[in-house]
Design a protein around this ligand. Structure first.
Ligand SMILES: [Zn+2]
Length: 464
C-alpha cells in the first residue's frame, strides 16, 4: 500500500488510482531557455524516484513531464541571442535531456511540448469563456476570472481576499480583478503568435500545463507534481482552469494527489541569482568526475526526504561521493549474483516499508547501509545481488563497480584546489604579477582545466 503526502488536504493518504494498477502522473517540466539549475534538478530527480518506485511495486505509470517552449523568458532570451525561438528551444531541449541522462533520470512516458498543443489550450480557453469564467479585455488579452471559481486557494491555502489586498494593480490594467491571470496574450511585435478566435496571440504559462495534461492523460489524473515554488500561483491556476471546465458542483477533481518537492539550499542559503549562488546542474557536473559525478549528485539529491529542505555544498558532494564509493567497493569485492527481488526478504521488506511511507528515502538508504555492512561481513554474492537490486529501484549501483571506483579524476577535494588556484591567479593579475597568473593558467591547462574570464573579474572553469 503506497502512502503519499497530499499537499491538497495536508495529510498522508493511501494512493488509490482512477484506473486500477495504472498511475497517471503529470510533472511540470523545464522552461527551455537556459540550462536547468540544481534546484530544478532536485525536483526532476524526486519525480524520477517516484516514477521508478511506483513502477517497481507493480504500477503501470503513465508519466508526463512537459517541455515549456513558449514563454516570456524564452522570447526575451531568443531576441537577446538574435536567434529564433525554435533555434533556442531546440538547443536547450536537447541540453535538458543530456543533463537529465547524466543524472540517470529515466525518460518520461511522454514529454509533450507546449507549442504542439496550442489548439488544446484554445479549446479550454473557449470552454471557460462560454462558462463565464474567462473574458477578453479591451487590450485583446484573455483573462481567467478568479471570482467565478469557488475553490480558488484550496491548494495553497491562501485566502483570495487577503491575496487581493496584497496585490497592487496598475490603474490602466485590463483585469477585472487583481487575481485574474492571463490565458491568452494578444500578439505583439517581435513575438511569435498563433491565430485564434480571440485574435493572434500566444498562451499564458498556466494554461499550457492544463492543456498538455488533459491532451495526454485526460482531464482527471492521479498525481500532479512539481517544486514547492509552483504551488502558488501556478498549480492553483491549473486547478482553476481544469476544474473550471467541469460541471459545477460535480465534485470532480483534477488531480487526486498533489506532491511538492522542497527547496535545495546552497551552503545553507536560499539559492538566488542575486546572491550569486545560482548553479546550473551542468556547472556542477562539469566540475565533477565524469564517471562518478551524475550518480553522486543524484545521491546528494535523494538522500534527504523530498519534503525536507536539503543543503548543497562541495563538502556534501564529497561526502555523497565517499558514501557511493563505499557501496561500489563492497560490490567490487563481492560480485553480485543475479537475483529476483524477493520482498519477503527482511531487508527488502524493510526497504519497501520505508518507500511506501511517502517515499522515505533516508530510511531506505539506512537499509542499504545495513545491507552493505552485512555484505562486508558475509561476502555473499546473494547479498551483493540484493544490494544492487534494491539500490537499482532508485537508480543506484548499476555501473560496473571497478570502473566507478576508479573514476576519471581523483576527488571533489582535488576540484577545490582548482578554485584556490583560480583565486590565486586572479590575485596575481590584480597585483600585475602576470608571469605568475600565466603560470597558473598553464598548470591548470595541463590538468585539463579551461579558464574563462567573464566580465566583472569573474573567472569560470570547466573540464576540457
Ligand atoms: Zn505546470
Amino acid at each position: 500500500m503506497q502512502i503519499i503526502y497530499n499537499t491538497l488536504g495536508r495529510q498522508k493518504q493511501t494512493l488509490t488510482t482512477i484506473d486500477p494498477g495504472v498511475v497517471r502522473m503529470y510533472v511540470c517540466g523545464p522552461t527551455v531557455y537556459d540550462f536547468f539549475h540544481i534546484g530544478n534538478a532536485r525536483t526532476f530527480t524526486t519525480f524520477d524516484m517516484v516514477f521508478r518506485w511506483l513502477t517497481t511495486i507493480g504500477y503501470e505509470v503513465n508519466y508526463v513531464r512537459n517541455i515549456t517552449d513558449i514563454d516570456d523568458k524564452i522570447i526575451e532570451r531568443a531576441n537577446a541571442n538574435n536567434e529564433s525561438m525554435e533555434q533556442l528551444t531546440t538547443r536547450m531541449t536537447a541540453a535538458f535531456f543530456e543533463d537529465a541522462d547524466r543524472l540517470k533520470l529515466l525518460r518520461p512516458t511522454h514529454s509533450p511540448r507546449a507549442t504542439h498543443h496550442i489548439d488544446h489550450m484554445l479549446a479550454i480557453i473557449r470552454q471557460l469563456e462560454e462558462r463565464g469564467m474567462a473574458y477578453q479585455a479591451a487590450n485583446g488579452d484573455v483573462y481567467y476570472s478568479v471570482r467565478e471559481f469557488v475553490g480558488y486557494g484550496k491548494l495553497s491555502r491562501k485566502n483570495p481576499d487577503e491575496l487581493r489586498a496584497g496585490e497592487r494593480v496598475a490603474v490602466d490594467s485590463a483585469k477585472r480583478d487583481p487575481l485574474d491571470f492571463v490565458l491568452w496574450k494578444s500578439a505583439k511585435q517581435n513575438e511569435p503568435q498563433w491565430p485564434s478566435t480571440f485574435g493572434g496571440g500566444r498562451p499564458g504559462w498556466h494554461i499550457e500545463c492544463s492543456a498538455m495534461c488533459k491532451a495526454v492523460l485526460g482531464e482527471q489524473i492521479d498525481i500532479h507534481g512539481g517544486g514547492m515554488d509552483l504551488q502558488f500561483p501556478h498549480h492553483e491556476n491549473e486547478i482553476a482552469q481544469t476544474e473550471g471546465t467541469f460541471e459545477k458542483n460535480s465534485g470532480k477533481q483534477f488531480a487526486k494527489v498533489w506532491m511538492h518537492g522542497a527547496f535545495l539550499n546552497i551552503d545553507s542559503e536560499k539559492m538566488s541569482k542575486s546572491l550569486g549562488n545560482f548553479f546550473t546542474l551542468r556547472d556542477v557536473l562539469n566540475k565533477l568526475d565524469t564517471v562518478q559525478g551524475g550518480e553522486t549528485v543524484r545521491y546528494l539529491l535523494l538522500r534527504g526526504h523530498y519534503r525536507s529542505e536539503i543543503n548543497y555544498s562541495w563538502d556534501m558532494l564529497e561526502d555523497a561521493r565517499q558514501t557511493l564509493l563505499g557501496f561500489y567497493i563492497a560490490l567490487k569485492e563481492t560480485p553480485p549474483a543475479a537475483i529476483n527481488l524477493d520482498w519477503a526478504n527482511p531487508y527488502a521488506q524493510k526497504f519497501r516499508v520505508a518507500m511506501e511511507d511517502d517515499f522515505d528515502t533516508p530510511a531506505a538508504f539506512a537499509v542499504l547501509h545495513e545491507l552493505r555492512r552485512e555484505l562486508n561481513r558475509s561476502k555473499s554474492a546473494e547479498t551483493a545481488g540484493l544490494l544492487k537490486a534494491l539500490g537499482g529501484t532508485l537508480g543506484f549501483f548499476q555501473d560496473v563497480p571497478a570502473a566507478f571506483v576508479q573514476g576519471a579524476t581523483q576527488s571533489v577535494a582535488a576540484q577545490m584546489d582548482v578554485d584556490a588556484l583560480v583565486a590565486e591567479r586572479n590575485a596575481a593579475k590584480k597585483n600585475k604579477d602576470f608571469a605568475r597568473a600565466d603560470a597558473i593558467r598553464k598548470e591548470l591547462d595541463k590538468a585539463g582545466i579551461v579558464l574563462e574570464d567573464k566580465p566583472g573579474g569573474v573567472t569560470e572553469w570547466r573540464r576540457k
